[in-house]
Structures are given as C-alpha cells and as structure tokens.
Design a protein around this ligand. Structure first.
Ligand code: SF4
Ligand code: SF4
Length: 298
C-alpha cells in the first residue's frame, strides 16, 4: 500500500478515543515517515478510522462516508464503543456498533486505547516496522490494561460481575463448570473488579497492544468446578467458593460452629431447590444423617 490517507469518523462516544487518534499525529510517533496523513475529505481517503458506537443520526452519514472512501477501503474501529458500544450499549438512539453498519477490518480495543496502541496497530496493519526503543512505549506505574486471572485463586463467586458497571463480565454456568468471562472490548478499565475480588484473583496487567481483526476474540476467561447436588444431581454452586467460605467463616471467624461442621457440610451438598423441598424436619435429618454416614465412608 502506498500513501495512507486516513479519514476520521466519530459517532456516539465521549470523544476520548478521537483525542487519542489525534495524539498519534504528533511527530514523536513518526507516522508521517510511514507515509500516513489525515485528510478532511472522505473522497481523498483510503483508510477510515471509526470511533464511537454509532447512533441513529450517525448511521446514514457513516454509510455515505464509507461509500466515498477509496480502495482498499480499510476500516479500523478504535476504542471499545466502536467494538461493542460499551457504556452506551443500552442507550435508546444506539444502532451500532459500526461493524453492523459497514465492514470493519480491524479493531483496537481500549477505553480509550493509548496513542501508542493505535500507532502500533496502524503500523502492524501496514506491515511497517517501528522503532520500539523509545521510553514512550513503556506503560506508567498503575496503568490498567488487559485482565489476567490467577486461576488457583478464583473461587467463581461472581463479585467481579456484580460491580462491573460496563456489563463486561459474564458468569456462565455450563454443566459441571462455571465460566467467568471478561470482555475487555467492553471494559472501561476502572479496576473495580480487581479491587472487589475477595481473593485477589483478578489483575489488570499493563498489556495494551490489543489489535485484532475479530472482535469475538477480546475475552479473558477462567472456569471453576460446580458442586453436584447430592439429591437431584444438578450442578449448582462453585465448589471453591464453598471451600473458601467454610474456611474463612467457620474455621477462622466462628470456631464455635466447628462442632456442627459435618451437619453444615452435608446440608451444603443439597441445592436450594432440594433444601426447600425437604419440608419434613425428620426427613431432612434422616437425609443429612445418611449423607454424613456416606461422606465418612461408613
Ligand atoms: S475473579 Fe474474583 S470476584 Fe471474580 S469470580 Fe473469581 S474470585 Fe470471584
Ligand atoms: S475493569 Fe473490571 S469492573 Fe471495570 S469495566 Fe472492566 S471488567 Fe468491568
């Protein structure tokens, strides 16, 4: 590809990503040396950079702009609103994300992505080489990038999903497993999940070069085993969460309850539905006694 002429299109975002795109044009990133220029007229462009989630007003305009762009019509969606609409997802005027309106070739996740991430993505797309010795590629202390799980520590409790204001974390129960799935293409990198995780199982790393050509790949996942109900066989609760809670609450905080530990453990082997269905106290006691005996191997 010869000269790269970029046209910027913003629709329905906070403008943060657009500011980062402009920041890429400062001389230190040397985009001009790579024959990249920004144009103000779509007819002069062969690359379209999209930011924002696209609302009703922006839809027709985006289609018109895309039609005017010259071949090879490379479209780059920059920032998480352009991937998933992020915090604007449920806004009534939203019709995007952009790839539901025009074809998108590449995605640069982030909220907003660092200019360095955008520059690197553009050069990667062009197949150009970058001088990476400079300081500005290094992330500052406290930078919040892509998530990482400590798989041994995650208990599958779902606290992270509850505090996530971007709806970026899904808790999915599939057969014997609970999957904790983070979509960093929908994340605002606030780190609430990291702060609220009771076991410090989740961490935002400094990784920010997140270019992809498939927005279905912006996930970090972890899974834990679910406990099987001793009565009906339904998988119903994360085993590591039960182990963690018992250790913390019963053994560490409330030693008196140790004398009822076996009974409590037996009761916890039943799902909520089965526990509710055992209305007769005698029957419940008998069931628990049988389960206790079974657990002790007698
Ligand atoms: S990452 Fe932390 S908060 Fe999220 S499910 Fe795992 S243990 Fe719970
Ligand atoms: S950092 Fe965590 S809590 Fe914050 S938006 Fe991203 S996934 Fe949600």
């Amino acid at each position: 590809m010869g000269k790269i002429s970029v046209y910027r299109f913003l629709s329905a975002g906070c403008n943060g990503c657009d500011v980062q795109v402009l920041e890429c044009l400062v001389p230190r990133y040397k985009l001009a040396e790579l024959n990249v220029e920004v144009v103000s007229n779509p007819e002069e462009a062969n690359v379209l950079v999209l930011t924002g989630g696209v609302n009703i007003k922006g839809r027709e305009e985006l289609i018109k702009v895309y039609e005017k762009i010259n071949p090879p019509k490379i479209v780059i969606a920059v920032g998480n609103c352009a991937l998933t609409k992020e915090i604007f997802d449920k806004g009534y005027p939203m019709v995007g994300p952009p790839d539901q309106i025009v074809p998108v070739n590449f995605y640069v996740p982030g909220c907003p992505p660092r200019p360095q991430a955008i520059v690197k993505a553009v050069t990667q797309i062009l197949g150009a080489k970058l001088e990476e010795k400079e300081d500005y590629w290094v992330t500052p202390e406290g930078f919040r990038g892509k998530h990482e799980f400590d798989r041994d520590k995650c208990i599958g409790c779902g606290a992270c999903a509850q505090v996530c204001s971007s709806d970026a974390i899904d808790i999915i129960d599939e057969g014997e497993k609970r999957v904790v799935r983070i979509n960093y293409g929908r994340c605002s990198f606030c780190a609430f999940c990291q702060d609220e995780c009771p076991t410090q199982a989740i961490r935002l790393t400094r990784e920010y070069h997140l270019l992809t050509n498939n927005r279905g790949t912006t996930y970090v996942t972890n899974d834990v085993n679910l406990l099987e109900c001793a009565s009906c066989g339904t998988f119903f609760f994360p085993q590591p969460q039960i182990d963690w809670a018992l250790k913390r609450i019963i053994e560490e905080k409330v030693p008196k309850y140790l004398e009822f530990k076996d009974e409590i453990l037996d009761a916890m082997k039943l799902c909520l539905k089965c526990r509710r269905e055992i209305m007769n106290v005698k029957k419940a006691k008998k069931t628990l006694a049988e389960l206790s005996a079974k657990a002790r191997g007698s």
